[in-house]
Each structure stands twice: as structure tokens, then as C-alpha cells.
Ligand binder design. Structure first.
Ligand SMILES: C[S@@+](CC[C@H](N)C(=O)[O-])C[C@H]1O[C@@H](n2cnc3c(N)ncnc32)[C@H](O)[C@@H]1O
Length: 236
């Protein structure tokens, strides 16, 4: 499984949604997308002047949270999409220390062990190759106390929770997004949640992938496991 065959379509859908992305996702998640981002930003315990990489910066939603919840971070935002990088550039013009880089998760254009922390908010799910992305994250994280925070929609292993979250994500969510953006788009960019969610490994499998690369792992979930935060780190 994977999203290789539809990856470009996924990126195009995110690009189309960029002016409505924050508002619609807030409604769709009952505000919990922001709660989960804030939890990750605070719990990652970022020291002043740390180097932070936001992978899949998109329209900049996670960077907004990081600027509010960390002290003078040195931020690098990477994305494959030039239109989304331009949107982030406009959003953060004159605010804080942010470098924008065009690149792919699977071939990160950075030296080894450069970053104190890497964040992937609602982005790991869209990777072309999740295992290679995590290898690259591990490579660019500092060897001592390097941290990865993943915030994403989740697929619980428990069958009852899985039924609840899948029903909402696969049926209700695209419909509500369509209603919220009626007359704004010809199609519905949020329809791409369906194939990306179908291809998503379970929360337990993602936890195993992270545990193979980092020594400590903790997690928190919201909405019966439909939103998850993983915090992985190596010791000091
Ligand atoms: C759903 S958006 C997440 C935006 C933002 N991080 C947030 O907090 O909501 C996912 C982003 O990851 C980018 N992306 C997906 N796969 C990528 C890849 N393999 N390499 C680089 N960027 C990728 C997309 O272009 C998109 O901007």
C-alpha cells in the first residue's frame, strides 16, 4: 500500500485548499487539530534558539503554533510545493527567524544531525515513502536529545475505535468540508483524505516504525485515536 500513484493529486488538492485550510480543518476536527499541535509544541520542550525543522510546512499552520509556544526558535520550513511555500512566505513575512526550503521528505537537503527537533504536522501521512522519510528525519536530528514530533490523523488498531474514526474520516469529513466550502471550489480538495487515510498504517504500526529509530516514544490521542501525537526522542 501507499499513495505513490496519487501523490501529485494529493499535493494539488492541498494547494487548492490553501486559502481555506486552517478554517475548514478547525471545524472538521472540532478545534482539536490546534489542541494537538499545541500539545506537541509544548511537550517537545524546545529550548531558546533551537533549530527546528517543520517538514511539510504547507500554509504554515504548525509554524504559527511553534512561534506562539517556543522562545525565539530558528525555524526551517520544507515543502515540495512552490505555491504552498509562497503562501507561507507571505504569512510569516517579517515575523521571526524562518527559512523556507523546497525539497522532498525522502531526500532532505540538509547536513546530518543539524536539528534539535523536527515537526511533521498532518504531513507524514502524505509522504511518498514513510520509512525513508523517517530514516531521513533520524539522519538530520541531533544525535543527543534529537526529537521528532508527529501530529496527524490516526487509525486506531482497536476495531471499534477504528470503525468510529473511519466512518467520520471517510464519509462525514469530506461531506462537511464540501458544505463548508460550497461555491469556493469546483471539486472538493478534502476528498483526498479518503485514499490517504485508506493507505495510512495503524497508530500501532507507526509507533513501531518510530521506536525502531528513536529510543523513547510517547503518544497521546484525541477523538478515539482519530488524531494522534507521537513524540520520539533520543537521550541527552
Ligand atoms: C496536509 S499539509 C500539512 C501542512 C501543515 N504542516 C499543517 O500543520 O497543517 C502536508 C504538506 O506536506 C507536503 N508534502 C507531502 N509530501 C511531501 C514530500 N514527500 N516531500 C515534501 N513535501 C511533502 C505537502 O505539499 C503539504 O504542504
Amino acid at each position: 500500500m501507499g499513495i505513490r500513484g496519487i501523490w501529485r493529486e494529493v499535493i494539488t488538492a492541498i494547494e487548492q485548499s490553501k486559502e481555506h485550510y486552517d478554517r475548514v480543518n478547525r471545524y472538521l476536527s472540532f478545534g482539536l487539530d490546534r489542541v494537538a499541535r499545541t500539545y506537541a509544541a509544548r511537550r517537545a520542550r524546545i529550548h531558546v534558539h533551537s533549530w527546528i525543522l517543520d517538514l511539510g510546512i504547507g500554509p504554515g499552520t504548525m509554524v504559527e503554533t511553534l512561534l506562539t509556544n517556543t522562545r525565539n526558535p530558528r525555524l526551517v520550513g520544507l515543502d515540495y510545493s512552490a505555491p504552498l511555500l509562497r503562501k507561507a512566505k507571505r504569512r510569516f513575512h517579517g515575523r521571526g527567524h524562518l527559512h523556507l526550503v523546497r525539497g522532498a521528505f525522502e531526500t532532505l537537503p540538509f547536513k546530518d544531525h543539524l536539528f534539535d527537533a523536527v515537526f511533521m504536522a498532518y504531513a507524514l501521512r502524505d509522504a511518498l515513502d514513510m520509512a525513508e522519510t523517517l530514516n531521513q528525519v533520524k539522519r538530520v536530528c541531533k544525535e543527543k536529545n534529537g526529537r521528532l514530533a508527529v501530529v496527524d490523523v490516526g487509525k486506531p488498531g482497536n476495531p471499534v475505535k477504528r470503525l468510529l474514526t473511519s466512518a467520520y474520516l471517510l464519509f462525514a469529513m469530506p461531506l462537511i468540508a464540501k458544505i463548508l466550502t460550497v461555491r469556493k471550489f469546483v471539486g472538493n480538495p478534502w476528498r483526498m483524505i479518503i485514499p490517504t487515510y485508506q493507505a495510512l498504517p495503524t497508530n500501532e504500526k507507526i509507533a513501531r516504525m518510530l521506536s525502531r529509530r528513536f529510543e523513547h516514544l510517547e503518544s497521546r490521542s484525541y477523538l478515539f485515536g482519530g488524531i494522534v501525537v507521537f513524540l520520539a526522542r533520543d537521550p541527552l
